[in-house]
Design a binder for this molecule. Structure first.
Ligand code: PLP
Length: 304
């Protein structure tokens, strides 16, 4: 592996290393906001492939992915698995289908797996590079202890390369230009990954119970608005039916006094959506949900 300051930095470096200005970079949307910024700020062309809402979860539209990759000059697939903001933990079958697209179009896959340690009980994380040697050879896997162990800011992440050729292209930038890793960050990452397994188990149990509480709330107050996440501490809520405007977080902050992430930050697909972070104590989450329920309950019920 190559150590980098953080995952977002490694995304920027990967785009510079594996694409030319103007090349297409495809990613599944809605998307963690730095994906679009990285593509725009490096002068590449963003190709957004919307996830589609299935009956129980958001799903990859593989046909659309294949056609976008073919027609829009894509050189890189920027994958986020588990997916922020929907909380999807993609299955092996789904990832196999995505890998076929990558193989057919000779894409480099930059797989941001920073949320993998937060895969909730009942789901299994499948690393993209584990799909086979041909897939691994074109994959850069990015990770960090910063998310699951809450040590963001300590400046230490890892980039794992499935082939020497990819690593060499990444390392074309001098080490000083790539930035450095802090010793505290390295020590924290080692302590997290080597010694904090029991702590993480307890966190995951807490998060799963919080996820289930959000699910009960959503069934009651937001029918049809929500697919429970399989990983992360994020709930992606579709409030379009409540007619709260493009950015419902504004109305909810004023009326429920709860601050949620604005859906439009995640792209056009996020209009009418909000992202709720349930990585908090039970009493705080209960109060958030009570306030949201009271404010939404005062509005007309959406059409079912
Ligand atoms: C998908 C994803 N990638 C990367 C990051 C940030 O990682 P880093 O602080 O290592 O850049 C986050 C943080 O929210 C994230 O959700």
């Amino acid at each position: 592996v190559v150590l980098v300051s953080d995952v977002v930095q490694a995304i920027y470096l990967s785009l510079l290393a594996f694409t030319e200005p103007g090349d297409g970079v495809v990613f599944l949307t809605p998307a963690y906001p730095p994906f679009a910024s990285a593509v725009a700020e490096t002068g590449r062309s963003a190709v957004r492939c919307p996830l589609v809402r299935g009956r129980a979860r958001y799903e990859v539209d593989v046909d659309q992915l294949g056609s976008l990759v073919r027609t829009r000059g894509c050189r890189v697939l920027l994958l986020c698995n588990p997916h922020n903001p929907t909380g999807r933990s993609f299955t092996r079958d789904e990832l196999d289908a995505v890998a076929s697209v990558a193989l057919d179009a000779d894409l480099v896959v930059v797989s941001d797996e920073i949320h993998a340690d937060l895969t909730l009980p009942g789901s299994t994380h499948v690393a993209f590079a584990s799909l086979g040697s041909e897939v691994a050879a074109r994959t850069v896997t990015l990770s960090s202890a910063s998310k699951a162990f809450n040590v963001a800011g300590l400046r230490c992440a890892v980039a794992a390369f499935g082939s020497d050729a990819l690593r060499q292209r990444f390392e074309q930038f001098p080490a000083h230009a790539r930035g450095s890793v802090s010793v505290v960050g390295m020590v924290a990452a080692l302590a997290a990954w080597e010694q904090a397994g029991a702590w993480l188990e307890a966190v995951l149990a807490h998060l799963a119970a919080n996820r289930d509480l959000v699910s009960v709330f959503a069934e009651r107050h937001l029918p049809g608005a929500y697919s429970p996440p399989e990983a992360t501490y994020l709930s992606w809520l579709d409030l379009a039916a409540y007619d709260l405007g493009e950015d419902p977080s504004v109305w909810l902050r004023a009326n429920a006094r709860v601050a949620l992430s604005p859906g439009p930050d995640f792209g056009v697909e996020g209009r009418g959506h909000v992202r709720l972070n349930f990585a908090t104590s039970r009493p705080v989450l209960e109060e958030m949900l009570e306030r949201l329920g009271a404010a939404l309950g005062a509005r007309a019920r959406p059409p079912t």
